[in-house]
Design a protein around this ligand. Structure first.
Ligand code: GLA
Ligand code: ZN
Length: 679
């Protein structure tokens, strides 16, 4: 079921079980939540030992009281299931619930996320408390959403998980011969005689069988999804039909989020950018791309920022305060990229234990006369003014391929550059190229539909899963503009290299074959030199580093050539018409200005209209959302000085800010344009 809200959400994690003996604190917190325009809190995230202090003894009255008081004051609740950390009695009585690490040692009790997703006992105990919570609170008018566990992640290598892995492999491959074939086990004499012999990867044993590593990661995602399903099932058995979410993490590599998101009604994520490590706009691109990924996980359905820090975290290497305006800018960016809310970790700072110095809306001092609290109030007030944005969606003409399986396999592959493939930086350069034009971008995986996009980029898509090349071919045939880079289409679903030339299945679409790849030392560079009067009108020379692929022409035209080394004069950027579309091949890791200039020309070729009139100044982010025949333009200044914003071509009215004035650093402007009712 879909999650719908008529207002933008503002609030955060709240853990009142820490001060149950202080009703005055709850009163004060509620007053401050109201004062700061907070309309929602996440409750119960790590409350298991308070909810069930002894096995089978449930104490839910305190929670009922908190939910009631919040509700009476207009504050809704996102109710968590407590499985993220377990009570001591559970670990003591049933040691099987504790996780076994890759070294095959069982952990002692402690920490969080320290449990086995397979353990029937753990599943049963979690299901029991979930049912209780659902029975008691599932129909409370103040509860709006279930928050399953917390930041699901990690793997368990216990005997139960090994059995489950073997069964998963049996289901996938049918016979051990088929597994041996797909995993290339004859290499280094790794052939298995039976599924029972297979063990999860371990630093004490097998780590070099890439297909084993890959399937283990897939299994871990499936196991986690299965655990999540059990949690949800118990919530449903308790009678609640409310939508569910799980809070995801920044580009987390431990789980395939496209797969996991299928189990969720709404995606939410925890955003902790290190704002002052580099220029604000660089962090804004990185964070913006993550918002776009999260939005794309469920094909553009609503999502929101579940956590962010009101001041500084206590777990990053340096606890840097957010400078004035930055909390506001981060919160507004969560909305600008399509989110339905901006929430924090945490509402009130804990007094003791490991997060006592983590920033909060209400700090140890406890008053509302703090810099942070004032900024939180400003966020709250602004979100109220922008509430008509709730439910509006983002339409993207461009998509970048982002696939977990492909990244897992590529990162494990050994070569062509073990010193760093710079994948994330490459993505960011491409992303920035689109965003400099104010173009919205989706991030899609190989399972996503491609129809509807005008431009598709495949950056280092090492793995082409079965059927993917055909899908891309159809995209270009029907008029899509495709950009493919070096190190794409190299291996299949089980990380076996394709025979007969790469990029596999797309050589005729791109009109090239990749012949060899040169890994460059960190200090080496080459360059992309424009061919005189090339099709796109590229005129500058750009630098490239790290990886240089040498494509052989098979019908494509050369637009740029390498400037140095023995391959000076070889093609480095090619173009090939295919069907109604065009396919470009970028053979080297080009500097970001190349992508900015090149993608601008590709967008033009694709007929994507300009978002706004005139150049977008450096540091300015422009995004759009649409709803009920209205397009909203959201401008955010992540630059270093005030700027005048380039306006849309059509007539607009201001919803927030003044289009005739300069936009100050960290500030927001929102304009509205009437468009045809969205089809
Ligand atoms: C994560 C967790 C929270 C908290 C914060 C601290 O996002 O979900 O419980 O630990 O980190 O930044
Ligand atoms: Zn286990």
């Amino acid at each position: 079921m879909d999650f719908k809200t008529t207002k933008l959400l503002h609030g955060g994690d709240y853990n009142p079980e820490q001060w149950l003996g202080r009703p005055d604190i709850l009163k004060q917190d509620i007053a401050m939540l109201k004062e700061s325009g907070c309309n929602v809190v996440s409750l119960g995230i790590f409350s298991w030992s308070t909810l069930e202090p002894e096995e089978g003894v449930f104490c839910l009255d305190w929670l009922a009281d908190v939910i009631d008081q919040l509700y009476e004051n207009g504050i809704s609740v996102i109710l968590a299931t407590p499985s993220g950390a377990r009570p001591k009695w559970l670990g003591d009585k049933y040691p099987e619930v504790l996780r076994v690490n890759a070294d095959r040692h069982r952990n002692l009790f402690g920490g969080r996320h320290n449990h086995c997703y397979t353990s029937p006992v753990y599943r049963e105990k979690v299901a029991r408390i979930n049912r209780k919570l659902s029975e008691r609170f599932g129909h409370h008018p103040g509860v709006i959403l279930w928050h399953i566990s917390n930041e699901l992640g990690g793997d368990c290598h216990c005997p139960l998980c090994q059995d489950a892995f073997q069964q998963w492999l049996r289901d996938k491959y049918g016979t051990i011969e088929e597994l041996n074939r797909r995993w290339s086990t004859t290499f280094w004499s790794h052939t298995y005689q039976s599924f029972e012999q297979i063990e999860s990867p371990s630093p004490r044993g097998e780590m070099g069988l890439h297909a084993l590593n890959l399937d283990w990661k897939r299994f871990v995602t499936d196991r986690t999804a299965d655990f999540l399903r059990c949690e949800v099932q118990a919530v449903r058995e308790g009678g609640s039909e409310l939508p569910i979410t799980a809070n995801l993490m920044y580009y987390f590599q431990g789980l395939d989020y496209f797969r996991l998101a299928k189990e969720l009604d709404i995606v939410t994520w925890d955003s902790y950018p290190t704002w002052h490590k580099q220029e604000l706009i660089e962090t804004a691109y990185d964070t913006g791309m993550c918002h776009d990924l999260m939005r794309s996980l469920k094909g553009g359905k609503p999502f929101f920022q579940m956590e962010s820090c009101p001041s500084s975290t206590n777990w990053q290497s340096v606890s840097k305060l957010k400078k004035p305006g930055v909390l506001f800018a981060q919160s507004m960016q969560a909305i600008a990229h399509g989110g339905e809310g901006a929430l924090y970790f945490q509402i009130r700072q804990s007094r003791g234990a490991s997060e006592k110095f983590h920033g909060a809306v209400i700090d140890h001092y406890g008053g509302s006369d703090t810099r942070v609290f004032r900024e939180v109030c400003q966020v709250g007030e602004t979100l109220q003014r922008l509430s008509e944005l709730a439910g509006s969606t983002v339409k993207s003409p461009a998509a970048i391929l982002y696939d977990w399986d492909s990244q897992w396999a590529m990162n494990d592959s050994q070569g062509p550059r073990n010193d760093g493939l710079h994948y994330h930086e490459t993505l960011l350069k491409i992303y920035r190229g689109f965003r400099r034009q104010g173009v919205n971008v989706d991030l899609v995986d190989m399972g996503c539909a491609l129809e509807g996009y005008r431009v598709l980029v495949l950056p280092m898509v090492y793995m082409f899963k079965e059927g993917f090349a055909e899908k891309v071919r159809a995209f270009v045939e029907q008029g899509g503009q495709l950009v493919t880079t070096y190190w794409s289409g190299i291996a299949d679903d089980t990380d076996r290299c394709y025979l007969g030339g790469t990029p596999h299945g797309l050589m005729d679409v791109l009109g090239i074959r990749s012949t060899e790849v040169d890994g460059l030392y960190d200090w080496e560079e080459n360059e992309l030199v424009p061919v005189a009067e090339n099709e796109l009108g590229l005129s500058r020379t750009y630098r490239c580093k790290y990886l240089c692929d040498l494509p052989e022409l098979r019908g494509a035209k050369t637009l740029m050539t390498y400037g140095r080394d023995f391959y000076a004069g070889y093609p480095v950027l090619t173009e090939h018409g295919y069907g109604k579309g065009t396919a470009w091949y970028v053979a080297a890791d080009a500097e970001r200005e190349f992508y900015a200039d090149f993608l601008k020309l590709v967008l033009k070729r694709a007929g994507v209209p300009e978002t706004v009139c005139g150049e977008i100044p450096d540091g300015l982010e422009v995004t759009t959302r649409e709803k009920d025949g209205v397009r909203y333009y959201l401008y955010q200044n992540f630059g270093t000085r005030p700027v005048r914003v380039p306006l849309p071509a059509a007539l607009v009215e201001a919803l927030y800010g003044d289009p005739d004035a300069e936009l100050a650093v960290c500030q927001l402007m929102v304009l509205k344009e009437m468009i045809q009712a969205a089809e």
